[in-house]
Ligand binder design. Sequence first.
Ligand SMILES: Nc1nc2c(ncn2[C@@H]2O[C@H](COP(=O)(O)OP(=O)(O)OP(=O)(O)O)[C@@H](O)[C@H]2O)c(=O)[nH]1
Ligand SMILES: [Mg+2]
Length: 505
Amino acid sequence: MTAQAQQLAGPLSAAVANLCAGLRPQVSPNTAAGFREVLRRLSAPLQVAVAGRIKSGKSTLVNALIGRRVAPTDVGECTRLVTRFQYGTVDRIEVVFTDGRKQVLPFDANGAIPADLGVDVGAVSHIEAYLTNAVLRDLTVIDTPGLGSLDAASVARTEALLGGELDPVSRNAVAGAEAVLYVVTQGVRNDDHQALAAFTAATAGREAGPVNAIAVLNKADTIAAETVEGSDGDTWKAAVLLAERQAHTLKPRVADVIPVIGLVAESAETGGFTSADADALRKLAELDDATRETMLISADLFVTWECDVPVGVRTRLLEKLDLYGIRCALTALDAEPAITAGALRRRLLDSSGLDGVRGKLNAVFRSRADGIKAAAALASITALAGASGDPNERQRVHDAIEVLLAKPEAHQLRLLEALTLVASGAVAMPADLAEEVLRFGTSPDVAEQLGLRGRPHPELVAHALERAGWWRSFASFGATPAQSRVAHVVHRAYFLIWQQLRGRR
Ligand SMILES: Nc1nc2c(ncn2[C@@H]2O[C@H](COP(=O)(O)OP(=O)(O)OP(=O)(O)O)[C@@H](O)[C@H]2O)c(=O)[nH]1
Ligand SMILES: [Mg+2]
């Protein structure tokens, strides 16, 4: 128990682990087996699924985040399988079959998962990749096949893996994702219900919301700036504007939408961008302006136009950076002709927006891993008890959870639950109140949670107290029972902020 307790993400996970361990002797063997799985998962790193439409660049982004080109992109059988990237002390790939068998696989010559596995893919449940990369120490990244693909089998596999406790196979095999990084491209418009449906499928029934879901607007380099009003023809500015608009559509199902160029990020972060590439770019930067401009008009012209840099080298540059990345590199070289290959790589990384994605992952997932894991575990426990078919067992588990949630130290857990209820629409709230509640999920910064960023301290204190009072009376007089439950939690949240702020000065 102590070894396990050390790996728990924090006090909330520990409280739920205790609950789970305490209930285990009181439930049926089946439910107890499920609880054991919940306990095991509580002490593992946060599980983040990367989900989205087919060919939206999920695997490319996974590689960029891990810092290693290990997930196959574009072609191969693996793009139809779920792959879990988790921390290990030795690099190793395992194919897990639906009957539970496992088979170790060699990496291919480039250190990636081979495009062809050499096994019967129909019998494969998923792939486990254990890597020594430090990023994975506190985050397990799950690459998923594109949703919206015609291949119903891979969709079913993904849903089974991400969703579920109730599926007897995955109950024992793999646990579901606790958070989602949802990859969208320019295609998502205000009225794109299909995208939202795909999103719901990606989270496979588990409630997703601002607490455990982030979206990225990927392939930002391919956005036609002239189609985005206010962009002044600047691609990145267009991406930022578009991401804001998509956030408007997707919130509060996601905490935010962040623009990124996964391809450039991957090349810059995984060693894909080499000093030979930098040399080739240097040569291109020295071409006369007219030639350069012509070559940058299209990928076709870039490769076929007469110039000193060999066609093969240009094709490679295009594969690694696409035209936008090449343009960024040439601009950097114009400004600083003697720039080193390393510094050029850094510039490309900066232009990719990956730092923004990492920042969001930290702010939304890493800093709240304890709460997210604890909430997911509670949901699993509830689902397991519900599936047992025994009303007494269900009641016992329900009561135990209520006792846990009533404890003061479980406040953060109740707040996460309230956020998800409001975000998903399960508890209806007037728009202004919903927005106020959801602000608690947007940032760990107290002033921002109050909606008063940059305001003087006394104003924050007064506001927290005023809102605490308001929500308490709303809980008692103005609300439906479901709203009232949320309102009590919000009142408490304001009260705790008030206490904390008052103590500070
Ligand atoms: N221009 C551009 N191309 C990208 C970007 N990200 C990925 N791609 C390309 O898009 C194609 C698909 O990328 P993948 O990473 O395989 O996409 P995926 O979503 O994993 O695809 P499936 O797993 O088959 O659904 C590849 O050719 C990538 O090189 C990007 O930011 N910009
Ligand atoms: Mg893929």
